[in-house]
Design a protein around this ligand. Sequence first.
Ligand code: FES
Length: 160
Amino acid sequence: MVPTPHATLAPLLARHAGRAHELLPLLHALQDSDGYIDPAHVPAIAAALNLSRAEVHGVITFYHHFRSAPPPSTVVQVCRAEACRSRGGEALVAHIEACTGAKVDGEPCQDVGVESVYCLGQCALSPAVMINGELHARVSAARFDALLASQPARKAGEHV
Ligand code: FES
């Protein structure tokens, strides 16, 4: 038996019902709304789109973008592509790990998560980071510290 979907999911299921090729738009919309994709929703999504649970789970876990748990209050995405690497990006990564206590692409620390991304479209202004969805270019260690300190506290359930 498929569990009853919650308020956000129900209209998405209705909109994409029977359209297996619309799995990605549905997953993006759900994550945009909830901040993550609750694994408990996989059976309902699979049933609505005529897919197997394994297919839905496979797509969610294949794409690094999708989260299966609520995000931390502060999400730092640091560019690790070539232009940023050539302009001190990896030293910035080390600094970010040291000052947040969080390992890149690992578990959050003190409600700060750090993720790798590969090009934020700011190659000429590297190194670049995105903090809670806001893009920053030419980020030095000192500038990163100031940016992190200026992040507003978010309420429980609020996400980027
Ligand atoms: S390589 Fe980092 S923004 Fe393009």
